[in-house]
Design a protein around this ligand. Structure first.
Ligand code: MN
Length: 234
């Protein structure tokens, strides 16, 4: 291989429960409006024709337990608690019935959002990147292997800010199931090990400010914690 001009960016990785080996992150797909009650609070309807997605850069991954600076360019920084699927095998054009075979495991995550920038982009029919894809915008807890986790079922998903519960949903209320999301994505992208899918947030999203402590929980997964710190100095 040719010499590099400067060191390549390190591959972000996620801890795996029960293993010393870590999960290297390749791409991050995020589903929009996958809980009807959240779509409603965003002033939108669920699209019953097909799920829709946006992406975050792998470099936006930040582990649970850390702190993230209040990001630049926003005055409305929101939490979105989400169930995350970690892909562990190639998936290309997979039918729904076989989609779960490519799941490596699951994690609790936060799709942190500059809501004002997302809404501005939405109003102008522009891409959501500035609202969704920025430094440390994809928070994730340790991955639990699928065999240890078991069926997804109607597990509870919650998020509290400073001890006050803000989001409280059930994974059985996902509009598009994990199998349907994987099957749909695999018709447009050859999914590969290392890809993550953030599956959407239940109602109750809201703003956080410096000093806020976020705690997320999904039955059967390690809890998620995050502290919002002061903005980074120039
Ligand atoms: Mn989201």
């Amino acid at each position: 291989m040719s010499e590099l001009l400067f060191p390549a960016a390190p591959t972000p990785t996620v801890a795996v429960e029960g293993l010393t080996a870590r999960f290297p992150v390749r791409r991050i797909f995020c589903v929009g409006r996958n809980f009807a009650d959240h779509a409603k609070e965003m002033g939108a309807e669920v699209d019953r024709e097909a799920p829709f997605f946006f992406m975050k850069d792998a470099l936006s991954i930040v582990p649970s337990g850390g702190s993230i600076p209040y990001p630049p360019g926003t005055s409305n920084f929101h939490h979105e608690m989400e169930f995350v699927v970690a892909i562990g095998a190639p998936a290309w054009q997979v039918p729904v019935e076989r989609a779960m075979d490519v799941v490596f495991g699951y994690a609790a995550g936060l799709d942190m959002t500059r809501r004002d920038l997302q809404f501005e982009a939405r109003a102008k029919q522009r891409p959501w990147d500035f609202g969704k894809n920025f430094e440390k915008a994809a928070v994730i807890g340790p991955i639990v292997p699928a065999a240890a986790f078991g069926e997804i079922g109607a597990r509870r998903i919650t998020l509290a800010v400073d001890g006050v519960t803000k989001q409280d949903g059930r994974l059985s209320d996902l509009v598009w199931s994990v199998a349907e999301l994987i099957s749909h994505l695999s018709r447009y992208y050859p999914l590969e090990p290392g890809d993550l899918i953030y599956t959407g947030t239940p109602a109750g999203v809201g703003p956080v400010t410096p000093g806020a402590v976020l705690t997320g929980a999904i039955d059967g997964l390690p809890p998620l914690t995050l502290t919002v710190a002061a903005p980074e100095a120039a």
